[in-house]
Design a binder for this molecule. Structure first.
Ligand SMILES: [Fe+2]
Ligand SMILES: [Fe+2]
Length: 474
């Protein structure tokens, strides 16, 4: 049977590459101008969401929100990228993508951005803003000409697909927090935000604007502050503890590969400090760096949050409660409070380049393979691949600012050397006792592994005080 036979029978090959019916295609109610206008409003909205989610990563104490914001900020960046590309295909240069398309839309986002309250932020992003983005995408999918503007329809479909899950997560999280804070009524806040949205004619600007006064702003843009000091929730016990130096254990040949997997899970979960620090670079360089920089750094930030969750899963695989282990956060704290954004980027690059040689990621992967722990081997395999990507991102976005690679590395080294550690002060001021938590953790793991603890391994105790800080930590 050939194509013509199919066509002449009852089951014809669909026309127009399956995009739509002929009846739909002959409807001429669409224009390039309308398409660009809606794409630009979506672009503005997703860029604002990307910025505010990134900004909250550092100071948000709840672990699950910190990691989710890392993912969601990255996903918003991916949509921004799609939208930029599509707008650039529409006879648009200059693109005008940095212009705010509508004052009420800007105030809508300023209000969400400005709230210092986690629940209000969740309600604003996931119960109001993202559902409005999804609605705009659904409308764009329906209104755009399916043949002439097929690439826009594709973009709208992809955004809707990817952000639906994000919205569901955030709605579940905000509902949980609403139940937890019984006395708080978020309805007035939701209505407040919805009013600004309706005053801008919805996210895509196509709805009729009601004749009502603009509400009083609660969080004017000029009062917004970025909190660069990282915070952790109450499950993070003793976060100033620097009583154990995992690198000293990991690179010591006398310890077994299996025992080292435990320390690698710790190293992974401790990486939660990298998103906290990277977010501050993105916030401080928001207006100084190009979109390409923000896009790729957002991907890297999300990878680091993933690495932390791989550590969490590693401990879960052993039935160990990670909240018993002090997860140190002084690296992101010291960097965010002592260095400027360029210096912090220098430190990041210097450390990540240091992960490539023998004591770096290949070594961790080899140890994991040797240990027989399948999950550790899997995680280290992907962790290594991610870090190779990060080194490349650094070469694209950090190194070109300096004369050559050597100079770029040396700048990072100098910046890292000037970071002050408050190890002794933390002890003296009672922030921590630098308790050696290793023997306890090791004994628990040995029970799971069904083996007797090795005496020398249990006795391991090298603090950060005795070494220069953890160069291979990321
Ligand atoms: Fe990492
Ligand atoms: Fe990395």
């Amino acid at each position: 049977m050939n194509v013509w036979e199919v066509e002449s029978g009852s089951a014809a090959v669909p026309a127009l590459a399956g995009l739509c019916s002929m009846e739909r295609a002959v409807d001429g109610n669409w224009s390039l101008e309308e398409s660009v206008s809606r794409l630009k409003r979506l672009h503005y909205s997703l860029k604002r969401l990307h910025e505010m989610l990134t900004e909250k990563i550092t100071h948000e104490p709840i672990y699950e929100l910190k990691t989710a914001y890392s993912l969601h900020a990255y996903l918003c960046a991916e949509q921004v990228d799609l939208l930029r590309r599509r707008v650039s295909e529409m006879r648009e240069p200059p693109l005008g993508l940095d212009k705010c398309p509508d004052e009420s839309l800007a105030v809508f986002f300023d209000e969400i951005h400005g709230t210092p309250d986690t629940l209000e932020f969740l309600v604003g992003v996931y119960q109001v803003a993202l559902p409005a983005v999804l609605k705009a995408c659904q409308r764009l999918k329906k209104d755009a000409h399916p043949l002439a503007d097929a690439p826009t329809v594709r973009v709208a479909k992809l955004i809707e697909f990817e952000l639906s899950e994000v919205t569901s997560f955030g709605q579940a999280a905000s509902e949980y927090l609403t139940c937890e804070q019984e006395t708080v009524d978020v309805d007035p806040w939701r209505k407040h935000l919805s009013t600004f949205l309706s005053l801008s004619g919805a996210m895509d600007g196509v709805e009729e604007i009601p004749d009502i006064p603009s509400p009083q702003r609660r969080y004017p843009k000029e009062n917004a502050v970025y909190h660069r000091e990282p915070r952790r929730d109450g499950r993070f016990l003793d976060p100033f503890n620097a009583g154990v130096n995992p690198e000293a254990f990991l690179y010591d040949e006398s310890y077994s590969a299996q025992d080292k997997t435990l320390m690698m899970y710790y190293k992974r979960i401790r990486e939660l400090d990298v998103p906290e620090m990277m977010a501050s670079i993105l916030v401080d360089l928001r207006d100084e760096e190009s979109w390409g920089f923000h896009m790729e750094m957002s991907r890297q930030l999300w990878d680091e949050a993933r690495h932390a969750m791989m550590g969490e899963v590693g401990f879960a695989s052993l039935g160990i409660d990670w909240t018993q282990i002090p997860i140190n956060f002084t690296w992101s704290r010291n960097l965010n409070l002592q260095l400027d954004a360029r210096e912090r980027h220098g430190v990041l690059f210097f450390i990540e380049q240091g992960l490539m040689p023998r004591t770096g990621k290949r070594y961790e992967w080899e140890v994991a393979n040797e240990s027989g722990d399948e999950l550790s081997a899997l995680f280290q395999d992907f962790d290594w691949a991610d870090e190779v990507l990060h080194a490349q991102i650094g070469r694209r976005w950090y190194v070109p600012r300096y004369d050559n690679l050597k100079e770029a590395l040396s700048y990072g080294d100098r910046c890292w050397s000037k970071v002050l550690s408050y190890w002794r002060e933390d002890l003296e001021k009672g922030r921590t006792e630098h308790r050696n938590w290793w023997p306890e953790l090791y004994e628990q793991a040995c029970k799971v592994w069904g083996k007797e603890p090795d005496e020398a391994t249990r006795a391991f105790c090298v603090t950060y005080e005795s070494q220069r800080a953890d160069l291979e930590k990321i």
